[in-house]
Write a new protein. Structure first.
Ligand SMILES: Nc1ncnc2c1ncn2[C@@H]1O[C@H](COP(=O)(O)OP(=O)(O)OP(=O)(O)O)[C@@H](O)[C@H]1O
Ligand SMILES: [Mg+2]
Length: 253
């Protein structure tokens, strides 16, 4: 009996290790453990190498046994990595003005949860964002934007000929839905936080989004629109004046 138990244990261990197609030294053991739990829950058979390392997180594609892909956003938890992240979370964010950050991990988990909540609110309101699947400590699972584990390009990465007036209008209409139906302002919108798949814009990276009631909302909304307008204008697209867009966003219709 002992022998059989041992074998089952070893086989299971091998299976868990098989999950990870690459070894990533930035993932700590707790995160590994959590990834195994998530794999069991979502039928994930493999995690692949990071497709991006940003300021606050890394994104990994994961494949289910049904052949479906998810995007796994793992927020950095190590002190060195999260130092930059904490700066991003707290600097200029008045909600953190009086908060003493005593526990880094807790803050990081809160941030992952916040992104999940914002994604859910936007998704339910009809904004084109990756569909949120689940959040677990510092790990957010969402719909994969792209095909067969190959991510779609960012707006920033498109060739000039792919940047059209139609795409601009699509993005402005997404901002409309975000503000008028989800009642949120992105707060970090630019050509770096929009993916383009099948000629449609997908808004990503929504952890810092804030309610339209927030004191800073109008200022951040103006900055978001300025960023988008500047980008499309630099590509020769006829843009709508910022004031006109803001007016239509804050007016009753
Ligand atoms: N749902 C998704 N499907 C496919 N790829 C994605 C998805 N979400 C994000 N990515 C890819 O991962 C990158 C980083 O994502 P995101 O902007 O959310 O993280 P970040 O850590 O805030 O990065 P940064 O600091 O660069 O803004 C994106 O630029 C995009 O290339
Ligand atoms: Mg980003």
């Amino acid at each position: 009996m002992v022998g059989i138990d041992k074998k089952t244990k070893e086989e299971k261990k091998l299976k868990d290790e098989d999950l990870f197609k690459v070894v990533d030294s930035t993932i700590d053991s707790r995160t590994y453990f959590n990834l195994i739990q998530i794999a069991r829950r979502l039928n994930i058979e493999a995690y692949f190498g990071a497709i991006s390392s940003g300021k606050e997180a890394r994104i990994y594609p994961a494949k289910t046994i049904e052949g479906k892909y998810y995007a796994i956003k793992i927020y950095y938890t190590s002190t060195a990595q999260s130092k930059r992240a904490i700066k991003k979370y707290t600097e200029g964010d008045i909600r953190f003005k009086d908060v003493k950050i005593s526990n880094t991990k807790q803050l990081i988990n809160t941030w992952a949860r916040k992104e999940y909540k914002n994604l859910s609110k936007m998704y339910q309101a009809g904004v084109r964002v990756p569909r949120p699947i689940m959040v677990y400590e510092n790990i957010l699972v969402m719909e994969f934007i792209g095909e067969n584990g190959l991510r779609a390009p960012l707006l920033k990465e498109l060739g000039d000929e792919e940047i059209t007036e139609g795409l601009y209008e699509d993005l402005i209409s997404q901002i409309h839905i975000m503000v008028k139906r989800a009642l949120l302002v992105h707060g970090d919108l630019s050509e770096y936080n929009v993916m383009v798949f099948n000629e449609k814009c997908y808004i990503i990276d929504v952890s810092q989004a804030i309610s339209i009631d927030h004191d800073e909302a109008l200022k951040l909304l103006e900055r978001d629109i300025e960023n988008i307008n500047n980008f499309f204008e630099s590509k020769g697209i006829n843009i709508k004046p910022k004031e006109e867009i803001i007016l239509s966003l804050i007016s009753g219709e």
